[in-house]
Unconditional design. Sequence first.
Length: 115
Amino acid sequence: QAQLVESGGGLVQPGGSLRLSCSASGITFSIFTMGWYRQAPGKQREMVARISPASRWNYADSVRGRFAISRDNAGNTVSLVMNNLKPDDTAIYYCYADYRGSTHWGQGTQVTVSS
């Protein structure tokens, strides 16, 4: 059974950094597109970043240049390094794994950017 477990969220001041990690099990990790969505209170869910099996990445305009996604196929993990965080980055961040429309989700981790 597929399972995605996120870690690394927390409270950080504006301008600070956080690193989110997602550990996957129960899937053939290397063939899945991995990524992160986020959802803030009262807002629609937003794709933040994704990385293909060939390690090609895409970012939302709002985070490009500040966030970096990477994957470790040997360790079945995907990471998201978030720099220069802003209050608008406050949200629950969800890890996902997608293969040809079959999508699995993590439980989410809270990121709060506040002074």
